[in-house]
Design a protein around this ligand. Structure first.
Ligand code: ZN
Length: 265
């Protein structure tokens, strides 16, 4: 199933329609209760991020070997992660609004993983059974701010800098999350083009790792790192410009598109 969230509820996409299933996708993950409504045209629905307000929004860094190399960083021996918050989330179609403090806005296509049930001390072999589904995430990054301090957070947890969507694809449709083509296009130009098989730590590894220190809750979102080709790693470096359209596309999941707005540009 493809599940979308919108103001007042969530539902499943069937053809060109959305069949309402209840008031809250995360509550449905917990209870399984469905309150089915009359189908509505998908085109008339204003989407929200599939999980509009996760209790955790955790991003992994340098989790593709080639991207670590283009960043001039050694391969991580343990997963590197940082936090973003819900202020950074926007839906498919909503603008990425770049604040004046940065002149180096960059894109990062990432596979998003949504936790389906409470996970604590989970073995990697069991970890995928805790996944509700997958989505597309763009880990938009202000490189000058990110690298201007030892914590990346300042350049990452910026309003509108975590587009997510357009929907959640349930895990039954993605038997192996390590075999998915992943790409990023800006105004139709392919700038990242890789596969999730290149991850240093797999989705299962990342869930198991986190669950050794923190309880993961239904609706928590993990973004699993980006492949090579980001603007920072290109020669010459290439930053997002006002009016460009950024698309993150993942095989079997969908295509997340967001325009860039740079006020005053
Ligand atoms: Zn990232």
């Amino acid at each position: 199933m493809k599940l979308v969230s919108y103001d007042g509820g969530f539902g499943r996409v069937e053809g060109g329609t959305v069949v309402p299933m209840g008031p809250d996708l995360v509550r449905w993950l917990v209870t399984g209760e469905v309150e089915e409504g009359a189908p509505r045209p998908l085109a008339e629905i204003t989407l929200r991020p599939p999980i509009p307000a996760p209790s955790k929004l955790i991003f992994f860094g340098l989790n593709y070997a080639d991207h670590a190399a283009e960043s001039g960083a050694p391969l991580p021996k343990v997963p590197i992660f940082f936090a973003k918050w819900n202020n950074s989330l926007v839906a498919h179609g909503e603008p990425i609004v770049v604040p004046p403090l940065t002149s180096q806005p960059d894109y990062e296509a990432e596979l998003g993983v949504v936790v389906g049930r409470r996970a604590r001390d989970v073995a990697a072999a069991d970890a995928l059974s805790y996944v509700a589904g997958y989505t597309c995430v763009n880990d938009v990054s202000a490189r000058d701010l990110q690298l201007g301090s030892p914590q990346w957070t300042h350049g990452k947890a910026i309003d509108t800098f975590s587009p997510m969507g357009p929907w959640l694809v349930t895990a039954d449709e993605i038997p192996d999350p390590q075999r998915l083509a992943i790409r990023c296009e800006v105004d139709g130009e392919v700038l990242q083009d890789s596969s999730t098989k290149e991850m240093v730590f797999t989705v299962a590894d990342l869930i198991s790792f986190l669950s050794q220190t923190m309880t993961l809750e239904p609706g928590d979102v993990l973004a699993t790192g980006t492949p090579p080709g980001v603007g920072m790693g290109r020669t010459p470096q290439r930053w997002l410009r006002d009016g460009e359209l950024v698309a993150v596309e993942i095989e079997g999941i969908g295509r997340l598109e967001n325009p860039v707005q740079i006020p005053g540009a």
